[in-house]
Ligand binder design. Sequence first.
Ligand code: DC
Length: 235
Amino acid sequence: MPAAEDVPVIAIDGPVGSGKGTVAHRVAAELGFLLLDSGALYRVLALAARARGASFEDAGTLAHLADRLDVAFAAGDATDPVRTLLAGVDVTREIRTEQCGNDASHVSACPEVRDALLVRQRGFRRPPGLVADGRDMGSVVFPDAPVKVFLTAAPGVRVERRHKQLMAKGIDVSVARLFRELAERDRRDRERAVAPLKPAEDAVVVDTTGLDVDFVVARVLEIARLRMAVVSRDE
Ligand code: DC
């Protein structure tokens, strides 16, 4: 069994609607790598905090919940390829609402929460490799990842994609409201003091505006193959 630091990580970061979730899934499937959807961890924590009636300002309780978070991921179906379980209960749908995304953005601004989830996220780094999707995968969680990609897209395109995704899941929300909430969430994720959303210094930034998902997947795979070849040659 190779040491964790020898297991390749492809870090895919970016804001809501940049396409990172879909791209991460496809890249992981293509390479046979494990997948970490770090946003799902923050979403599940937000759900657990709401169920407890915990305040999003109460760092102590949030960190306590994060430490003990009983979350598991399992294979799903075509609509939801990954099922998420909180204490054995299927919360796949609940965690995908905009409300839960916004709640997750609040709880994730708490430094104690980020600390509590750090080791758990690093635990996903297992052979043959990991594709990690989030906001700080390349900058904080896996700073030594050989491959770091930061996906962006114009705000209007991101709102449109998010709207389509939600409609496909049967979640109805107005475009205008989505636009407002997305801008607010972006601002909070970018401006928080700890692990703000920004590209790692050594990340390749890919603007996905006007690109279809096949093209972006191919581009990320190309970056990954080049970078992984360079890293193994230098060893
Ligand atoms: O990627 P997502 O929409 O599922 O993430 C939900 C929120 O969780 C996001 O607005 C900010 C937070 N998050 C984070 O702070 N760090 C990550 N690595 C992933 C998500």
